[in-house]
Ligand binder design. Structure first.
Ligand code: NZQ
Ligand code: ZN
Length: 390
């Protein structure tokens, strides 16, 4: 097992009706900015419920709506202006990954020290951590289970065609409220994207090479089994509380640092998929589903031992040569995604070979030239992955 340091300070408040805990979780004298997306929070009534809870202790509450999927720097800077002008001292995100990530950026950009006036420079690809030493405290009310942003310190922020992953331990949410019922209003497509995103988060931290991280492997396999059990059901029966509750908890546990502690990590599928989003507007989960099988096929030698373990423990595949078992496991994974209504080819997304040069150039521009758990995935290998994903 690799060495690790694991710390996660986020309080999770889980279950039906837990929104009422907001009054205890947010400081009673806080000046709060409630941030939300394009309107679902208003339509579903969750925004009003949040405001009612916050009003209980007479807090001063401001609102900022309009954070788009794949949140844009320019939009978020408008919220930063409100924070500065109104002396906001607590941020509350009500939404999915885009709103939560956006709020993390607002928290870092509101008082960015030497970066004041140059906030765009906080978005530098590949830097281990945003170089500011203070951030506003934040909490989240989750309406979409997918990204795990509710219990991690990462955010993905866009600036035009640049989509940048940023990290800072300062933006772990103080708390996240996970009431599965708040997600019942999601369209089927978004739920499916959430299942795929969670699945891929888990395998990015699992499908590498063995390091005797037995417990981490079994945590990961536990999440994969659960997703396979509840994925279809929670799409077809959106109001089935237990199925949805399991998806919500899988999504959080998939990317809160636990399963990846002491394990090698890949993230190549994510990095290539981010370019598809930036250049072609592909939703996050859809891009992942189109790239993952290609990554596994191109990298089956490097990932062979774990692919075979996955084949046996997840899909019960024990017959055939190594190559045959690996291919069967990849086909099973694709079948699982198809069963959720998610396609697994770039051609399904309307992205043909004529776009591969631009995608590879974008990876290079963003410094994504040594991807994967071994850092040996060059742009040329990423191109092979695109070819294998046609
Ligand atoms: O904008 P509104 O109107 O709120 O609608 C949203 C949005 O259109 C809608 N929605 C959310 N909750 C709803 C709802 N509609 C009905 N009922 C509800 N309860 O869903 C749409 C998608 O929302 P979004 O937040 O964009 O989706 P998701 O949670 O998948 O987040 C995707 C973003 O997170 C980043 C992605 O790159 C992408 O930018 N990621 C963040 C990560 C992290 N912080 O750790 C890791 C992930 O790998 C990912 O990269
Ligand atoms: Zn993801």
């Amino acid at each position: 097992m690799l060495n690790f340091s694991f710390h996660n300070p986020t309080r999770i408040v889980f279950g039906k009706g837990q929104l009422q805990e907001l009054d205890t979780l947010v400081p009673s004298d806080a000046r709060v900015l409630v941030t939300y997306g394009g309107g679902s929070a208003k339509r579903t009534g969750v925004l009003d419920r949040v405001k009612r809870e916050l009003a209980k202790s007479g807090r001063v509450v401001f609102e900022f709506g309009g954070v788009e999927p794949n949140p844009q720097f320019a939009t978020l800077m408008k919220a930063v202006e409100i924070v500065r002008k109104e002396n906001v001292d607590f941020l509350l995100a009500v939404g999915g990954g885009s709103v939560m990530d956006g709020v993390k950026f607002i928290a870092l950009a509101a008082r960015p020290g030497e970066f004041m006036g140059r906030e765009l420079e906080l978005l530098k690809p590949g830097r281990p951590q945003v170089p500011v030493d203070t951030a506003l405290p934040l909490g989240t009310v989750v309406t979409l289970p997918a990204t795990g942003s509710e219990m991690n310190c990462g955010a993905v922020i866009s600036n035009g065609e640049d989509k940048v992953v940023i990290k800072s331990p300062l933006v772990f949410p103080r708390f996240s409220i996970l009431d599965p019922e708040l997600t019942f209003t999601l369209p089927e497509k978004q739920v499916a994207n959430g299942v795929v995103d969670t699945f891929v988060h888990v395998v990015e931290q699992y499908m590498t090479y063995p390091v005797e991280g037995r417990l981490q492997d079994r945590f990961a396999e536990g999440i994969l089994h659960t997703l396979i059990e509840v994925g279809g059901k929670t799409i077809n029966e959106p109001a089935d509380y237990d199925a949805r509750a399991n998806l919500v908890w899988c999504a959080t546990m998939g990317l809160n640092g636990l399963i990846g502690a002491g394990a090698p990590q890949d993230w190549a599928t994510h990095m290539i998929s981010h370019e598809l989003t930036a250049l072609h507007g592909v939703p996050h989960g859809r891009g992942l589903a189109a790239i993952l099988p290609g990554v596994w096929r191109v990298r089956k030698e490097q990932k062979g031992a774990k692919l075979l373990q996955y084949a046996e423990r997840i899909w019960n595949i024990v017959d055939g040569s190594d190559d045959e078992r690996i291919e069967q496991a990849i086909l099973k994974t694709e079948e699982f995604f198809h069963g959720l209504g998610v396609k697994t080819r770039l051609s399904d997304l309307g992205i043909g070979e004529e776009h591969f040069d631009a995608i590879v150039a974008s990876l290079e521009k963003h410094g994504m030239t040594a991807l994967s758990e071994r850092g040996d995935m060059t742009p040329e290998v990423s191109r092979q992955v695109l070819q294998a994903s046609r």
